[in-house]
Design a protein around this ligand. Sequence first.
Ligand code: B12
Ligand code: SF4
Length: 462
Amino acid sequence: MSDLLLTHGYFLFEDEKEMQIMRPYPTLGLLYISAYLRRAGFDVEIFDTTFSQRRQLYARLAQGRGTLGIYTNLMTRRPVLDIVAEAKRRGWTVILGGPESANYPAEYLASGADVIVTGEGEATMADLLPALAARGPHALHGVQSTVFRDGEGVVVTNPERTKIADLDSIPWPDRGRIDQARYVDVWREKHGMGSVNMITARGCPYKCNWCSHAVFGYTHRRRSFLDSAAELQHIMETYRPDQVWYADDVFTISHPWLFGYAKELKRRNLRVPFETISRADRMMKDEVLRTLADMGCYRIWIGSESGSQRILDGMERGVKVDQVVWAAHAAKRHGIQVGMFLMWGYPGEQIDDIAATVDLVKRCQPDIHLTTVAYPIKNTGFFRGAGDRVVSDKPWAQATDRDYRIKGRHSRTYYKQADSWLNNEVAAARLDRENPGEARIRREAARHARESMLALSSEVEA
Ligand code: B12
Ligand code: SF4
């Protein structure tokens, strides 16, 4: 029996939508913890649920009791709660980590979990496992960055642990402990490009107030470009993907780092196609875009959110609309595809702000744009600001933070029409020259969607 079994609650085959999208990546957090603990001498096993079925995980749990660690994020609340219940029924000690359980420690403890690890898991787990073995789950006083219930059932929150200062000091994710090749194959089959994810930094210092900082706070710590390049080389030699995805929060946040990394990749003769995410204000130099393109960047996602400066300022985004326009055009000039993330329904948004977003996307003409109706994640400024207007129709255990409604906000149908307005208007602008007839039809559909929104504008969430 290993010292620790690690798992998560993402079952790809349970979700038809995810099956259609089919862009799975392993959860890096678990792989980092495994590598760190194994180097420290612990015996760790990973049960990667992505391509698996619940019954297979449950069969593993039935083989004998031990300590189970589960990664949580806001989408996997229900499956994680089911796994906790099954593990407890089988006599396991259950530890949860990741952003979701850090936001709801009391709820997860009340649902059967023994310990919640808040923040980075590596050093905390190395302390926690021996403490659990020696003292059991109700006397964990002093084990930093954990929350547990004492003998009386009182929830105890231990002080926070200092974050790992030198990220180069921790080992690379333990990809060899899961079927990493299957991820690469699935990507290749579905999208023609096998892909592997990696990170070159932890945390983001910006304060966009709908964004969750539950794990890394507002720190920003970078790996050296030498260590990052060495990991990339290892990935290429071991898994032979056709591309990588840098899952950093803001890949171009440090320009000196970026230039150093690019140089190091060149020195190693590594030019690997990749996609990543950034902020427009950290892309405002041609040299940055040129470097990204030289390194192999084929698509950059820009968190654009809204075309209305008033709304961007309300989000505390710290970005100007003109920067987004410049960055999108500059990326395209350098042959990099542009993806734009956009958000509807941020507090205070009026139809004129939506019109500004439609206009922004028309001006930028990204290769892809994706919209979300803003939802308040627990412990964010957005959540706190919405106060008692945040309501849920389902009990906590049946819902996710995505199910929160905001009283007084427009209906889901309203935002569906906003999508239709946006998509048709952007398509019309593209079609104007090559197919004016089709462009007219799309523009008419956009006008219709906008009128529907006006008609729906008095319908608000109660
Ligand atoms: C990459 C990514 C994705 C990828 C996930 C693919 C993958 N498997 O990696 C994609 C694009 C699919 C994605 C989707 C979504 N994501 Co996302 N994503 C990220 C991102 C940018 C990086 C994740 C990562 O690799 N981090 C690096 C590792 C090292 O950190 P970590 O996972 O947190 O792990 C550490 C600790 O949490 C802890 N830990 C982790 N697991 C465990 C387990 C145990 C037992 C213990 C003790 C500790 C522990 O230790 C780890 C090492 O220190 C994070 C933001 C971020 N910077 O973390 C957002 C983030 C996790 N995503 C978020 C959200 C909201 C989503 C979506 C809901 C978005 C949407 N609207 O659809 C979906 C949900 C997808 C799903 N079905 O689960 C939020 C989660 C908020 C929350 N409270 O849950 C985050 C935090 C972004 C944010 N700042 O708001 N995402
Ligand atoms: S949205 Fe992006 S830039 Fe803003 S705080 Fe979150 S990670 Fe940082």
